[in-house]
Design a protein around this ligand. Sequence first.
Ligand code: GDP
Ligand code: MG
Length: 163
Amino acid sequence: MTFSLALVGRPNVGKSTLFNRLVGKRLALVDDRPGVTRDLREGEGRLGDLRFTVIDTAGLEEATDESLEGRMRKLTERAVAEADVCLFMLDARAGVTPTDELFAGILRKGAKNVLLAANKAEGSAADAGIFEAYGLGLGEPIRLSAEHGEGMSDLHAALMPLA
Ligand code: GDP
Ligand code: MG
């Protein structure tokens, strides 16, 4: 049995960094140039004994005339429809922003399985953001550092019952 995992969240929280870590090939571009990433990017993810499809929702990074909220809603609804599990990612160093709150609202309404990840959680600069994340009503945040590979066993443990 395999499953699909969509990485959801506002730009710059670390979705593509985690995608690259899970997929192990540099398929998703990690940079700030507008217009270089497609809306959804897929790869074969591996985490310990788990094998799954990873979907990086990159579409918000594209420059368009449509409102951020409108694009967020469409992209998130697509991810929710296409993926078995959504991993909603926050930047724990930045704390919970109004854009994160908007995402949380969309996910609370639509998603089957939502996991919450507080990324950039290496070091104590993330502690306040992790505390705030509990307030989103999406359960306990998984502490991750996609860049440094920390928290991967907690992510594995959270995915296990859903696989
Ligand atoms: P995306 O826009 O959500 O796909 O975010 P990216 O993966 O492009 O990452 C945005 C920035 O955050 C990049 O400069 C990454 O190097 C950085 N970043 C990603 N994960 C971490 C992390 O765990 N810790 C820290 N400190 N920085 C990170
Ligand atoms: Mg990205």
